[in-house]
Write a protein that binds this ligand. Structure first.
Ligand code: C2E
Ligand code: CA
Ligand code: CA
Length: 588
């Protein structure tokens, strides 16, 4: 009996020993794994926390403990009190809400992101947590992790900024404006009307090209400030394109109210903008669309307001236009014009008209400007003002321009044969053509092919062409000059003409725009600006052509100002090749 008792005891002692060993091993393993976990946690910027509801003790891992401000030690505050004090006031509601939602059982974990005050500053943190319950379901502990997500948040904000705001003006961009409109529609249920006003600057491209992007940026900022003054508190101002602003405005009295607001904006932009001692005259065009008159979705509204704005531009700029379904018809017309234009070269629908130029000293016709005309099979003669911009936007100008060069070279050959040996032919070249790599070669090949003297070809470019990329343009113009081709600066006075940069340019001729020539008529000679332009040009060994001369007395005045050549209706309108020869002096 005794023995069995001893045996039992020793067996259980052995058992105890092995169990103890196992426990120790487990504990060691646990310690090692805990240590490993701790290291991993510390390294990963994560922390652990554990809140014991029974003892009301709060544990947080070492690294985070070091970060907490001293007030956390305040014994008078409850744990919840301490914690909520550290959450950024703007994020507190949301954090508490997630907590409540979790307690209600609406989420499996506690999961919330908020700004959290540390000793130094606020950090963005992500808190995860879970409640542990006893057998009867009473919460006894809550534990979880806390991670520093500041970098991720900064990065996210940056991405959001890029995706949602215009870089320059910090206004909501197109993408964001669409969301804002979408939200407005969602919360509105079609009860309250609102209007979109799309505002586009009429000559922004010109400003950018001639005065540079930095200046262009300042113009946009000035416009933004101006628009901010005119809108009311509830209106939203967005920047939806390079030079496009959108105003989203609640309206109560329908179209008339929107119309009055558009008029107000237009009036507001009548005067000049003053930027760095430059007076900029920039009128605007406004498209208007009212929700829910035509469509009821954000995308449709934005598309319509855009069409309305283009329609306002076509009406002659500096005006406004409501969206209406006719606008669609105009767009369709434009598209069909484009497809017609594509076929025009092949179908031989282009023709060059020629306008004579007279030398004021000898009073002889010394040259012509070639001006393109399009004989549309159904629409008749279409002016270049109507299709050149379309040709430029679609790139079709490159082939049209090549056709012009070939045609004038051929024409020269014919005129040579007829004995008109020294008629200089000027052609208009747009910047897109000049940017083509093969432009110089194309010109020199055409001259050779039709045996035309380079001196008889003159290329007219405008200031905006020059400003697009002045260095590369200057290189091209120099190569053209080396060939012997003449270069004219066209429409002088309509851009931001500065005589000082003329020095840098390899140009032979300056064509003073019609607006200055008209001025010659209205003012006394002393007041006319042409005189000064001519003098300065002559100092730089540049010839001057006066464009758009319509009356005889202008010829007299221009002559007295030493202008070299004139061109205009006073001599002749542009006419077909057969008609222009009557102005030439034959050497046969
Ligand atoms: P631009 O180069 O300034 O041409 C002068 C324009 O003024 C011509 O209009 C001409 O008909 C018009 N004009 C000439 N004298 C007078 C006048 O005394 N009074 C008035 N009121 N107008 C006058 P057009 O032919 O309609 O050409 C318009 C513009 O189209 C040209 O302006 C030029 O920029 C462009 N263009 C014409 N042909 C070509 C071409 O072959 N290629 C390119 N890229 N552009 C062209
Ligand atoms: Ca011209
Ligand atoms: Ca011109």
């Amino acid at each position: 009996m005794e023995m069995t008792k001893d045996l039992k005891l020793s067996v259980s002692l052995d058992e105890f020993k092995t169990q103890y060993e196992r426990l120790k091993q487990n504990e060691e393993a646990l310690r090692v794994s805990e240590e490993r976990y701790r290291l991993a946690v510390e390294g990963a910027n994560d922390g652990l926390w554990d809140w014991d509801f029974v003892t009301n003790k709060f544990f947080i891992s070492e690294k985070w403990k070091r970060e907490l401000p001293n007030e956390i030690l305040n014994p008078k505050l409850s744990i919840m009190g301490k914690w909520t004090r550290l959450i950024h006031p703007e994020d507190l509601n949301e954090a508490l809400n997630s907590f409540k939602e979790y307690l209600k059982g609406n989420s499996e974990y506690l999961f919330c992101e908020y700004r959290f005050r540390t000793k130094d500053d606020y950090k963005w943190v992500l808190t995860r947590g879970k409640i542990l319950r006893d057998k009867v379901g009473k919460p006894i502990r809550m534990a979880g992790s806390i991670s520093d997500i500041t970098y991720r948040k900064i990065y996210e904000e940056k991405i959001k900024d890029l995706a949602y705001y215009d870089r320059l003006t910090k206004l909501p961009n197109f993408h964001y404006s669409k969301e804002i409109i979408g939200e407005k529609i969602k919360n509105n249920n079609g009860i309250r009307k609102f209007a979109l006003f799309l505002i586009d600057l009429d000559n922004f491209r010109n400003i950018n090209d001639t005065l540079g992007h930095q200046f262009g940026d300042e113009v946009l900022i000035t416009i933004k400030e101006k628009l901010k003054l005119i809108i009311s508190d509830n209106d939203i101002l967005c920047k939806t394109g390079e030079d496009e602003f959108l105003i989203i405005k609640d309206i109560d009295y329908g179209k008339l109210e929107a119309e009055n607001f558009a008029k107000e904006i237009l009036n507001y932009f009548q005067g000049p903008l003053s930027i760095h001692n430059h007076e900029i005259y920039s009128t605007i065009s406004i498209g208007i669309e009212i929700y829910p008159d035509n469509v009821e979705d954000a995308f449709g509204l934005l598309r319509n307001v855009d069409s309305a704005m283009y329609s306002a531009k076509e009406k002659g700029r500096n005006t406004y236009e409501f969206f209406n379904t006719d606008i669609y018809k105009d767009i369709v017309k434009k598209i069909s014009l484009e497809s017609d234009l594509r076929k025009a070269i092949k179908n031989n629908e282009f023709e060059l008209y020629y306008q004579p130029q007279m030398d004021l000293n000898t009073e002889e016709i010394i040259g012509v400007e070639a001006l393109i005309r399009w004989n549309h099979p159904h629409k008749g003669l279409i002016s270049p003002v109507q299709f050149i911009p379309l040709a430029e936007n679609t790139g079709l100008i490159v082939n049209i321009g090549k056709w012009v060069i070939e045609t004038v070279c051929k024409q020269n050959m014919k005129w040579q044969d007829m004995g008109y040996e020294d008629v200089v032919i000027s052609i208009n070249v747009s910047s897109i053509q000049l940017q083509q790599k093969d432009f110089i070669n194309f010109v020199s090949d055409a001259l050779k092919k039709y045996n035309m003297k380079a001196e008889l070809l003159n290329i007219e470019i405008t200031e905006s062409t020059l400003m697009k990329s002045i260095d590369s343009v200057v290189i091209k113009l120099k190569s053209l000059k080396e060939l012997g081709v003449g270069i004219s600066l066209d429409d002088f006075g309509t851009g931001y003409s500065s005589l000082s940069y003329l020095k840098k340019l390899p140009i032979d001729t300056l064509k003073i725009d019609k607006i200055f020539i008209d001025d010659v008529n209205e003012h006394s000679i002393e007041d006319a600006i042409t005189g000064e332009i001519i003098q300065l040009a002559h100092k730089m060994k540049i010839d001057v052509v006066a464009e758009g001369v319509e009356e005889k007395n202008q010829i007299h005045l221009l002559k007295s100002q030493n202008c070299d050549k004139i061109q205009g209706y006073v001599l002749s309108k542009p006419v077909p090749k057969e008609e222009v020869i009557k102005f030439f002096k034959s050497k046969l």
